[in-house]
Design a protein around this ligand. Sequence first.
Ligand code: C2O
Ligand code: CU
Length: 452
Amino acid sequence: MIGMASLMASRMASLMACGMAWMAQIPCAAAQAPLPRLAEAVDLDPDPATVQIALTAAETGDAVYPYSYADGGIGPVIRVPRGAALAVDLDNALPDPTTIHWHGVAVPEAMDGTVWRFDPIAPGETFRYAFPVEQSGTFWYHPHFDTARQVDGGLFGVLIAEDPAAPAADDELVLVFDRAMEGHESPGGAAGHGALMAGWRINGAHAPVSHTARGGTAVRVRLINVSSVGYLDLRWPGIRHIAGDQGFLPALQTPDRIVLGPGDRAEVEWLIGEEGFTVEDHPFSLNGGSTWQAPTPLLEIDVEGPAPAPAGLGWPFTGVEPSEDPPHSDIVYVFAGSDRTGEWFINGEQFPAVTVERVPQGSRPIIEVRNHSPTHHPFHIHGNHFEVLSLDGERPPYAMLEDTVDIPVHGRLRLRLHADNPGGWMTHCHILPHAEDGMMTVIEVDAPERMP
Ligand code: C2O
Ligand code: CU
């Protein structure tokens, strides 16, 4: 619950952010930049069952985002119906090698964009990523080579796999949150603390931004945290959480806050009525608890044509019951390290000198991740998703299918891996400097013919 003190603090923060506008009775939003809409990728293939996209990764000459997939903008939104075949031709016009990793999507191993077994795309070369998209949900794409630098530099975009059973909302907003270091070479080390980082950008625009919604409409909102280090702790009145990393939740959830670590996504619905509201980001310390900072307004939603709020839409919730959390683990990962040394470990090892854990395809191994460090870590597995069984001994209220989950300071995450996609899969912290400083390992899902 939000206490009185923080409510007051947030009012103050909104007033400060709006400058003098409130004194002159000017609506605050007038002073803010409007929320930019992201460009949608153009499907070059007329066949509706095949989506073909051409991307070029190039330098921009811009100081904030020196790289882009889209002529200086954020990578275009790639939209595919579930079950479609996606082909993306990436032309590497950068002076460096690059790759694309399809975060959260069960792609064949050779399409995963990692360079553990495969080579990156050399400068001047083009590579076709081609795979069927069998899931639905909100995913994103980014390089997995020199990852922190290239992602912070502007190489990221959203991949939306549409669920044919989902109702049409009156509007849909895709919100990409980024908080890279501005004017700093590397976002590593102690820079992980929010106080030392630049402010949030939403779809490339500095927050706060404003958006005008029509009264009486239902808006589907996709939230994606592409920041290499920053956590979001988002709050607004009446949160309606409809989908997580891997599509629709079992049932509607109405939490007090949406916390998104780096790499994480959520979908919510906004039922727009008579009054606008503010989406605030609350201070979040990577070392646990909160900080002295006041909440910051990120988005001001104004209403045009106030009308009674509609009822929630009939989302195809999955209704899946949570699995049991058994008293044993098949794999235990211990996350350790510190900002003081800048060295990060999983089971005392640093990528690429790691022990590869092997599990059979089709199995459901229980994995326990113990965070023995003084810092949060967003845990991510490639190519396969998992169900969260418990976090610090607490069972989630519903079957959460995820690919990226935050582990609090000294926390313990227990999960059940759906090991269905064969290959060698990177498993790492999605604070990108941590992954690059060693906090990455590999799980090999063995197809039957490859098992000993
Ligand atoms: Cu978005 Cu290896 O991750
Ligand atoms: Cu980490």
